[in-house]
Design a protein around this ligand. Structure first.
Ligand code: SF4
Length: 314
């Protein structure tokens, strides 16, 4: 059931702050993952100045961490780089991260913009080329080789390296322990593949997630197989729904929780606070998946060098 966002303090006098926001500034992507839940429904992208203005509004509303996502953000690498630079140099958002499928990432991007990035996340759903093909993760190039190259670039530029894996029917039995150890991410997020109405439920939608879905038990088995990896942070469907603040390409907040996906008006038109009013954002789920450990020093990864960091992105 949809709910209006509630003020977070006990006196109900202050609106909740959008401390950590995922900005999906483009839906364009060079991959065709069969379970994708942020599909290429439009090719719209804001003019750079408008996007920067929106990021300033977020900062004024309390945003401390921004994660740039897509689609594939590196389909618009210069736009991405400029936003990252603006966030750090002018807008002064504390933490800046990006999540990418990795395929279009180049050394030159690190040379130009690496110093502005705190966390570099790469999605990796399998270490097997055939499985990646079945999922829709590119048919050209070697995803795994690229992943290791990016890992080295992150070391060279002193950027935290993060991995995301969506567990689905094609990779649920894979054992990734050795490869994850070699990659040594400071955080490995493991998601149960998610049905989002309006995006991937089949019919007239661009994706049909049904053949990728797994049971909660299968997800638990995958977690169990990898439990020795202390960097793993697993999120079931229940954890994921409504525990992320997602801005789309128009800078509208999206609610991908239960039921049909809904969106707010653009923060550029109505401001951040008003836009948030129509979105169900579940602070409890956010805390459950340790999205808040900037504030309470709960660090899910013993190897993480930096305590008190917001990590709450895809
Ligand atoms: S790489 Fe990401 S955005 Fe692109 S199709 Fe796959 S899940 Fe969707």
């Amino acid at each position: 059931m949809k709910q209006t966002i509630k003020p977070e303090n006990e006196n109900n006098s202050e609106p909740k702050k959008p401390e950590s926001v995922n900005y999906h500034f483009t839906r364009l992507c060079n991959y065709k993952c069969g379970f994708c839940f942020h599909t290429q429904k439009t090719s719209f992208i804001l003019p750079l100045e408008r996007a920067i203005y929106g990021l300033k509004l977020l900062k004024e509303a309390g945003t401390r961490k921004i994660n740039f996502a897509g689609g594939e953000p590196f389909t618009k690498a210069n736009f991405l780089g400029e936003l990252i630079k603006q966030c750090k140099e002018n807008i002064k958002i504390e933490k800046v991260s990006v999540i990418t499928n990795g395929s279009l990432v180049k050394r030159s991007f690190f040379e130009k913009f690496g110093k502005y990035i705190d966390v570099f996340g790469v999605s990796c759903d399998s270490f097997d080329a055939e499985t990646n093909k079945k999922i829709g993760r590119g048919t050209k190039g070697d995803n795994v080789k690229k992943l290791f190259e990016i890992r080295e670039l992150c070391k060279e530029y002193n950027i935290k390296f993060k991995l995301n894996t969506v567990v689905c029917s094609y990779n649920k039995d894979e054992n990734m322990v050795e490869n994850i150890k070699k990659l040594d991410p400071y955080r490995w997020k493991v998601f149960q593949v998610l049905l989002v109405k309006g995006e991937n439920e089949g019919g007239d939608k661009l994706r049909d997630v049904t053949k990728f879905q797994i049971t909660n038990e299968e997800f638990e088995q995958f977690k169990k197989r990898h439990e020795e990896l202390r960097c793993m942070v697993a999120e079931s469907n229940d954890n994921m729904k409504s525990s992320y603040l997602i801005l789309d390409e128009y800078m509208r907040f999206l609610d991908k929780g239960d039921g049909e996906e809904i969106h707010s008006e653009s923060i550029l038109d109505v401001g951040v606070e008003k836009a948030l009013e129509v979105i169900h954002y579940d602070k409890n789920e956010f805390i459950k998946r340790k999205g808040d450990y900037l504030f309470n020093d709960r660090d899910p990864c013993l190897k993480c060098e930096v305590k008190n960091e917001i990590v709450s992105d895809f």
